[in-house]
Each structure stands twice: as C-alpha cells, then as structure tokens.
Design a protein around this ligand. Structure first.
Ligand SMILES: *Cc1c(COP(=O)(O)O)cnc(C)c1O
Length: 360
C-alpha cells in the first residue's frame, strides 16, 4: 500500500513542496492539481511558418479548469495549517471557483465577493457548485478587493487573492514541470497577462530551476488584450474591455514584476486584438485543444510577432501556456454559431445534408 501511494501522483505540494517558500505549518489540501499535459502541436507550428517546435501547456486540465489551482492548493494549505476556518476573495472568475473548491476540500468556509454589474453566470457556476457564499457589492472590483483586504486584516479569514504570496509559490510548479518534461527550459514561453501573477511565478520558477539544475532560461512573451493593456500603455486602464475576461484587468497587482520578468528574460509584453485572440482560440481548437479566450492570447501574440517578422524561432523550442479550459466560457462559442438546422428524422434528408446528395 505504501509503495503504491508513493508511486501515485499526489499534487504539486507533495511533488515540489521542498522547492516552495512556505511555512512549516502548511498542511496539504490537494485535489491532485498540476501534472498537466504538455501537448506537442506540430501542425499549429507548421501553420505559423514552421521550423520550430511548439508545445501547449494545457492548464485547463487542472481540477477546476484553470492554473489557479496550483496557487490555491498552497494558499489554502497554509491557511488551514494555521487554523483558519474561512477564506475570502474578490473575483468573478477562475480564482473564485478554485478558492471554493479547495475550501470545500478542507471543510472550510469560502466567501466570494463579486463586484456590481454584469456577472457572467458561467464563470460563477463553479463557485456556487462548490458551495461558496457569494456576495455581490454595489461597487467595482477594486472596491471588492479593498474590502476583502480589510476584512482579512481584522478577522481570522484568509485572503486568497493573488496578493497572497503563497499563490505565486504554487504557480512556480508549472515552470518546474515544463523543465522536467523537456529536460530544460524552452527557448520561448508565451502566456496571457492579466493581474500578472502567473508571468511573475513562471519567471521565479525558471530562475530557481536554473540555479538548482542548470535548466536554462526562456525568453518570455507576455500578452495582454489591446482593450486591457496597462503594461503596454504604461499606465492603468480605467475601463478595461476585452472578450478575454480572465485578463480584463486595468491595474495589475504584479505589473512591475511582470515588466521586470519580461525584460530580464530578453522577452517583452505586447498586446493583441480581441479578433486575434478569438482567431487563435479557433485555430487551437482546430488542432483539438479548446481553451477559454484569455488562454489563446499567448499564442495570438506569438503569431502576431511572427507575422510582423519580429521573432525568429528557427530551430527553437516554444511553450505556450494555455491557462484555462474552453468549457469555462461556452457563450463565446455559442454566440459565433447559428443554431443547428433541423431536418426530418429521415435517412435521405441526412444523406443529402452530409454527402451533398451524392451517395458514395
Ligand atoms: C487568472 C487567469 C489569467 C491571468 O493570470 P494573471 O496571473 O492574472 O496574469 C489568464 N488566464 C486565465 C484562464 C486565468 O484564469
């Protein structure tokens, strides 16, 4: 039995806990997050001009459908280890679902504060399904964040927004996994940038592995949506707008660190249009990988730079991080299609529709 348990994958804390800067009181709460597939994408690489190797790190395969689970397992494990009975976050998206799931796993309360305005039901479904207490306030996301911060400072309720440093520690594990699978860091890593915690974590992770295992360092291409690109514009965006809701953030909490990561790595942070994001979402799906819009931004940026002749990838290895699953945002897809047409339940009608009348 013991042997069997050792051979079984037990989540990112069990696998990489020694490499994370976390307190000794941490008490693992896991849903076996991490260990996500690194999928080779030879056809997509060809479509983008060829001559390089391309993989997708499909983070949508985490337990709640996004990479947020890597950080959340660590944040909740730390909170539970110091006796916290409840966690709180401000979110309308993947953070809420992940916090709700890990709190449920630990048998703790999860409180999710959502801002006033149009709330995407699909994105909140997870939080509700896992039993979180969802409270809406008559204010913005920034108001919500300020309030949860205040509450977490005055009550034994742990803040699990990405201001929580353990979230970043957990998210480093994706960089470790990529190096472990490829045997070294890729030449380029591209990924979407919203609040900028993830790009910061990847860079921390790659640098740590380079120090320990000499796995090399990638250039990092961080990609924002044009309507929500504070790091490209150089100033906060008051009313960010993009279909890629997971990166619709006008004041990134880790903006400085993200810019530094991009620069230190010899990469950059750029922006792409919503059309480019949706086109790449379709192009990825055409190779069998369906991701939510934000998750296609990294590759959309890579494609943009290749088309502009600003990137020479000859003979290089590229990893694109696809941060969340397409099922998170089905409305985007449904909107792009007309309803399926209705035919009589008759063979002839179907044959006609499928084979264009020609019986072969
Ligand atoms: C949170 C999230 C992002 C943005 O990550 P940051 O760390 O905020 O930059 C991108 N894609 C998905 C699917 C997310 O859930």
């Amino acid at each position: 039995m013991e042997n069997h348990l050792k051979l079984t994958y037990s989540g990112v804390l069990a696998k990489y806990g020694e490499l994370l800067d976390i307190p000794a009181h941490t008490q693992p709460v896991t849903l076996l997050e991490g260990n996500t597939p690194l999928i080779p994408m030879p056809r997509l690489a060809q479509e983008l001009g060829g001559g390089f190797e391309l993989w997708v790190k499909f983070e949508g395969m985490n337990p709640t459908g996004s990479f947020k689970d890597r950080g959340m397992t660590v944040a909740i494990s730390e909170a539970v280890g110091r006796g916290v009975q409840a966690v709180i976050c401000a979110s309308t998206g993947n953070t809420a679902a992940s916090a709700a799931a890990y709190a449920a796993r630990a048998g703790r309360r999860a409180v999710v504060i959502i801002p006033q305005g149009k709330v995407a039901a699909g994105k909140l479904a997870g939080a509700v399904a896992y039993g979180a207490e969802v409270i809406q306030i008559d204010g913005s996301f920034d108001d919500a964040l300020n309030l949860v911060l205040e509450i977490s400072q005055h009550y034994p309720i742990a803040l699990v927004n990405s201001l929580n440093p353990y979230r970043l520690e957990g998210q480093k594990t994706a960089a470790f996994e990529i190096c472990d699978v490829l045997g070294s860091a890729p030449d380029w890593l591209c990924l979407p940038v919203g609040n900028a915690g993830n790009i910061t974590s990847y860079w921390m992770g790659f640098k740590q592995y380079q120090d320990l295992r000499h796995t090399g360092l990638p250039h990092i291409l961080g990609v924002q949506a044009a309507g929500s690109a504070p790091l490209v514009l150089g100033h906060p965006v008051e009313h960010p707008e993009t279909v890629a809701t997971a990166i619709r953030i006008g004041r990134p909490a880790r903006g400085e660190q993200a810019l530094q990561a991009a620069e230190e790595s010899g990469g950059r942070i750029m922006a792409v249009s919503d059309d480019e994001i949706l086109a790449m979402q379709r192009q990825l799906a055409a190779s069998g990988v369906w991701v939510e819009p934000a998750s296609a931004a990294g590759l959309a940026g890579l494609k943009h730079e290749l088309l502009a002749g600003r990137l020479d990838l000859k003979g290089q290895r590229v990893v694109a991080v696809c941060t969340g699953h397409g099922l998170k945002d089905p409305d985007i897809i449904v909107r792009q299609f007309t309803a399926p047409k209705m035919l009589p339940a008759e063979l002839a009608a179907l044959e006609d529709a499928i084979m264009g009348g020609g019986r072969k």
